[in-house]
Design a protein around this ligand. Structure first.
Ligand code: NAP
Length: 287
């Protein structure tokens, strides 16, 4: 029987430590500040933004929310990003995705000052992750690293298979596992013999967005299984990309959905905001 990795507990412990960092920075006159920008009325995005605001309050991070109407122009959004780039009280800027179709995501993400890019989506930060010289790690992969760390399972030398190659999860995840000296295979929708490749994994990370796609036949006995998916099953209930009931008896460790990767993602956003404030403090001292 696999040991359930409790994302809520790992996240709570992580936030306790962060709270101390926030208090220390605040004492030094550099209370971390996060601006969250949401355009339009996407319900899922609204829930994410509310959760981010709540996490800020819980940790003592200053936060501002900009809820803009769906008809906001790209120019208006860029103007706001530019203003936030120049505000010393704001250390992190997060533009909630997806944006309405008339706004080019790429242009907006590239307009964020890379030192305030707490999502780590700016090409400069993506490049830094590639060469292993990063300020911020993208939130979901960074949260997964913490979950793996919490198990005490060493990563070095392990076979790691990442299913999914999105810029947000799969690709950076694979890169971070490589930095941890795992031997990494990345799979995607054109991968041949997926089950066979997945079964090689000591650490299997699944981020594809397909409900209960990974069954016991795709998992090596004793493997550490991380389920990133946030899907709906046939009854509309939240579930992951991994069939938890089927895989749990085979796996060594497994994350549930909900309560696995999800809670870690926001904690990592908070961590990046603290890192951005620390960088601002260092820069101020250097002046
Ligand atoms: P995405 O951008 O849609 O990418 C999905 C990836 O999965 C693609 O690379 C795709 O391959 C691959 N894929 C799709 N079907 C496949 C199949 N049958 N076999 C093998 N590979 C397949 O998704 P994403 O943004 O990475 O998100 C993935 C899941 O994670 C979603 O459920 C999302 O909601 C969830 N998520 C959760 C969190 C969290 O905090 N918990 C954060 C982010 C995302 P191709 O490239 O070949 O098309």
């Amino acid at each position: 029987m696999g040991i359930r990795i409790d994302g809520k507990a790992v996240s709570a412990a992580f936030r306790e430590k962060l709270k101390e960092d926030v208090a220390r920075l605040t004492e030094q006159g550099m209370q971390p500040g996060l601006a969250v920008v949401i355009v339009g009325d996407d319900q899922a995005s609204r829930v994410y933004v509310n959760n981010k605001k709540k996490a800020c309050q819980q940790l003592g991070i200053y936060s501002e929310e900009y809820a803009l109407p769906g008809e906001t122009t790209e120019e208006e959004l860029l103007e706001l990003v530019n203003r936030l780039n120049n505000r010393s009280q704001i250390h992190g800027i997060l533009v909630q995705l997806p944006l309405p179709r008339h706004i080019r995501e790429k242009v907006v993400l590239e307009a964020i000052d890379p030192r305030k890019d707490v999502d780590a989506f700016h090409p400069q930060n993506v490049g830094r992750i590639m060469i292993g010289d990063y300020r911020f790690l993208p939130c979901t992969p960074a949260g997964i690293l913490e979950l793996i760390r919490s198990t005490g399972v060493p990563v070095e030398g392990k076979e790691c298979v990442v299913i999914g190659r999105s810029n947000i999860v799969g690709k950076p995840m694979a890169m971070l596992m490589l930095h941890q000296n795992a031997t990494v295979t990345i799979c995607h929708s054109r991968t041949k013999n997926l089950a066979e490749v997945a079964r090689r994994a000591d650490i299997l990370i699944v981020a594809i967005g397909k409900a209960k796609f990974v069954g016991a036949d795709m998992v090596k006995p004793g493997a550490l299984v991380i389920d990133v998916g946030m899907d709906r099953d046939e009854n509309g209930k939240l579930c992951g990309d991994v069939d938890y009931e089927a895989v749990e008896p085979v796996a060594g460790y497994i994350t549930p959905v909900p309560g696995g990767v999800g809670p870690m993602t926001i904690s990592m956003l908070m961590k990046n905001t603290v890192t951005a404030a620390e960088m601002a403090l260092e820069a101020a001292k250097g002046c």
